[in-house]
Design a protein around this ligand. Structure first.
Ligand SMILES: Cc1cc2nc3c(=O)[nH]c(=O)nc-3n(C[C@H](O)[C@H](O)[C@H](O)COP(=O)(O)O)c2cc1C
Ligand code: SF4
Ligand code: SF4
Length: 338
């Protein structure tokens, strides 16, 4: 029996949903599969605050419109990789992960790369002496850019045997915060449809993975040529579009004090531990972050916004709520038919 582990980070729940689909498919094949949400393993804010890795959009935003008077020691990914050293807090993992034959590392795609939290975590790992087979998995909106290359390089640097990559575009969870309305039922139906596609793709991937253990490996083409080609226009739109949007309209951290009930949800949910309370007990964020959107989406009273274009706009409720809405829809339809 293949003993697998899936390690993931998920900003708004889509990658967590994808990890559970991979887990189900693995279990159907008789693998055992443990799951590890990075946020349960380690205090991400401690990991982050010590040596933050920041993607280009964050660095640019901090340079253009600093949120804080205090300098934050940003490291771009290149510098972070060059200066990477083992974090003693994570050294025990070399022993703890010895029991696994296969480890998958998953993250959303942020600006064509793994989320900064995942990059930081991987760079902080010890170098593994026992060569374990690993793969990467990603969720995105259509343009995964250098994600796979990045994961392959870092994981190989850490002594792992990188064997492949699997990914899926689901619903456009990131763009919800600039839309006036977001139809839960429609998005739920799309999520169910995409999940079916994802399972088919995972099935092909696992055929290949299983073959690695049987001695006659299948041929596996990795990211499809179609996807790569299809990614080019997306990539152009994203590189100019996202950067423009983020740097001109989105960056910031605003709060409607009259709406805030001081529940601390945003403080607790921020994986970078960047949200603090001011003297009056209202949340503030001192620096630019990776913009995972969790604080905005999870605030119960919609008191937070990043800029005018995210203020009073729709919020992403998480995959569970969407699937529930789609199921209610289906149920109502069936009842009508009766
Ligand atoms: C800050 C940010 C940057 C993103 N950059 C990209 C990108 O470059 N390409 C892409 O296809 N999707 C991009 N996305 C979309 C996410 O990858 C996608 O919505 C993902 O499924 C979210 O997963 P999660 O719910 O696990 O966080 C971005 C999302 C955010 C919040
Ligand atoms: S989650 Fe919303 S209501 Fe709760 S403290 Fe943060 S801003 Fe205020
Ligand atoms: S401040 Fe909000 S968007 Fe930024 S990392 Fe924290 S939860 Fe994510």
């Amino acid at each position: 029996m293949i003993k697998a582990l899936l390690v993931y980070f998920s900003g708004t729940g889509i990658t967590r949903h994808y990890a559970t689909l991979i887990q189900k498919e693995m279990e159907k094949r008789g693998y055992s599969c443990d799951m590890l949400n990075l946020e349960e393993l380690t205090d991400l804010s401690v990991l982050w605050q010590k040596k933050p890795v920041a993607l280009t959009y964050t660095i640019r935003a901090e340079v253009k419109r600093p949120l804080s008077k205090y300098p934050w020691p940003y490291q771009d990914t290149k510098t972070a990789i060059e200066n990477c050293t083992e974090n003693p807090l994570l050294s025990y993992l070399e022993q703890a992960w010895k029991k696994y034959d296969l480890i998958g590392f998953g993250s959303p795609v942020y600006s064509f790369r793994p989320a900064p939290v995942m990059i930081r975590f991987l760079l902080d790992l010890p170098v593994f002496k026992k060569t374990v087979r690993v793969f990467s998995f990603a969720t995105h909106d259509g343009a995964q850019g250098d994600f796979e290359k990045f994961m392959k390089n870092i994981l190989t640097m850490k002594g792992f045997n990188f064997v492949g990559h699997v990914d899926q575009a689901f619903v456009y969870s990131a763009s919800v915060v600039i839309r006036k309305h977001f139809d839960h039922r429609q998005a739920g139906r799309l999520l169910v449809k995409k999940s079916r596609q994802a399972r088919n793709k995972i099935d092909i991937f696992l055929d290949y993975i299983t073959s690695l253990y049987s001695g006659i490996p299948n041929w596996y083409r990795g990211a499809s040529i179609f996807n790569l080609l299809f990614g080019i226009p997306y990539r152009l739109i994203y590189s100019y579009g996202i950067d423009f949007l983020l740097n001109h309209f989105l960056f910031g951290f605003g709060i409607h004090k009259n709406k805030c009930i001081q529940c601390m949800t945003c403080v607790k949910q921020c994986p970078q531990g960047l949200i603090e309370l001011d003297e009056e007990g209202y949340p503030i964020r001192l620096y630019h972050c990776m913009y995972c959107l969790r604080c905005l989406n999870w605030c119960p009273t919609d008191a937070l916004y990043f800029s005018q274009i995210t203020d009073e706009k729709a919020r992403f409720p998480g995959p569970e709520v969407l699937i529930e809405s789609a199921m209610q829809d289906e149920l109502a339809y069936r009842l009508k038919q009766k």
